[in-house]
Ligand binder design. Sequence first.
Ligand code: C5P
Length: 247
Amino acid sequence: MSNIEKDLQAGEKPAIRIKIAIDGPAASGKSTTAREVARRLDYLYIDSGAMYRAVTRKALDLGIPTDDDDAVAAISADILIEFRPNKEKTEIYVDGHDVSAGIRLPEVTRAINPVAANRRVRENLVARQQALGKAGGVVMDGRDITTVVFPDAELKIFMKATAEERARRRLRELEAKHISAEYDAVLKDIEVRDHADVSRQHGPLRQADGAVLIDTTQLTFEEQVTHICNLAREMIDDLSQSDDALE
Ligand code: C5P
């Protein structure tokens, strides 16, 4: 039963379900935080980066260079991207095939910058993201969610952490997966991605007007999640009170 149905059955007004938009640089912990916030609020979680990764994956599989702007734009117009949530995680399907692991491979990360810089790709993916989130009850994370996709989101968050702290976290993640990597190489990769994210012409990463800045350098995962959930609940309370005042 959906939350709205539960509210109706309990004779209550359907709860307000807001849009929570989260942006931040690579490895700032947005995705894990956003996913857990969505789980606690019983919202849908959409990882917009997975959509840029899906387009890149498909171009590589077709042998199309990712800097071939016309061919990659055509892929982004036709590709079927599905988020299929199950109990543990959300699987990503492209044209009916599970690409959850394939979109995370280093070859995709290496080839993605021209895809993310492609204006027509961004237009196509932004339109899909807006359609997925328009009903609310959604947490979406990425680089341009607070500025381009949902500048009207009720709650906008910009998460940051120093490049050094992000490199340490990425290294720990890789170690947990038994993938060996050098700190210096991981840090360099993060700095290169930061530069590409802030300097691209279309949809660059920046803190939106009205976005709450959360510096996670000194925060634990639990603190980040609790903070965002509290902000969301305060916003929902404020909106329900202003709704009541109008009645
Ligand atoms: O978040 P993640 O690292 O998976 O994103 C993959 C790539 O997609 C990044 O290089 C980023 O530049 C790009 N991206 C984007 N706009 C978004 C989300 C991700 O350009 N909204």
